[in-house]
Design a protein around this ligand. Structure first.
Ligand code: CA
Length: 238
């Protein structure tokens, strides 16, 4: 159904890169390969992709650096990034998420799972361009989220959020006073059938809070339940 998308695959291992490119082509997409970080940033700048598959282990410039660079570049500040990590070490995955990745997959993975994650991320970004009548804005306390342009203002300052962070924030802002469990947030933001750990949500929320500054205290952690956002910034001992 979906038309082919432009997907940048950043991976130095040739066999792995070729396998991913092959699977993407079979799914009707147009993959572009980059074997190192410098080329990846250059390609993403000249022709912003619809999604980036980024390996964490790259020569010269680590994937984390590439991720941060893509996030500071206006053309790719909200492009979905799926990070591939070599080790099943949680620390690596959490670092990737805090560097701005939207999702991650640990090697070795099945191509079927990778393709499912890619399609889920593409669906999420397609539904966020305001094409489904999502124009307008949501305001809660000091935070204003513009659903059409995807911009967030906190205390009058522009805040740069990744796509995943934006969606999480909007989900919280649209249900003020309600406590949303991590499972609720995963279902609303990641879409059905996506398996991420609750810890992933915690990392994204921590990043959102930090970026919102003082207004970050409008998001409360309800221990053992989830998160709740209100118009007032409350300082809660954790
Ligand atoms: Ca690699």
């Amino acid at each position: 159904m979906s038309t082919g998308r432009h997907i940048l695959v950043v991976e130095d291992e040739r066999d792995m890169a070729d396998m991913i490119a092959y699977a993407l082509k079979r799914a009707g997409h147009s993959p572009v390969l980059a074997a190192d970080g410098a080329r990846a940033v250059q390609r993403a700048t000249t022709s912003p992709p619809d999604l980036v598959v980024l390996d964490l282990m790259l020569p010269a410039r680590p994937g984390l650096e590439v991720c941060k660079q893509l996030r500071t570049n206006p053309g790719t500040s909200q492009t979905p990034i799926l990070m591939l990590t070599a080790k099943a070490e949680e620390a690596d995955e959490l670092l990737g998420l805090s560097a701005g990745a939207d999702d991650y997959l640990t090697k070795p993975f099945s191509m079927k799972v990778l393709m499912a994650r890619i399609e889920a991320l593409l669906r999420r970004s397609a539904g966020s361009g305001g094409g489904d009548g999502a124009a307008g804005s949501v305001t809660l306390g000091q935070v204003v989220a513009d659903l059409g342009s995807h911009t967030v203002m906190s205390d009058g300052q522009v805040v740069r959020l990744t796509l995943t962070e934006f969606k999480l924030l909007v989900a919280l802002m649209q249900s003020p006073k309600r406590v949303l469990s991590r499972a609720d947030l995963i279902a609303r933001v990641m879409g059905p059938g996506i398996i991420v750990t609750a810890r992933t949500i915690d990392v994204h929320i921590a990043s959102i809070r930090k970026k919102l500054g003082m207004a970050g205290n409008q998001i409360r952690t309800i221990r053992g339940v989830g998160y709740q956002m209100s118009a007032e910034a409350e300082v809660v001992a954790e």
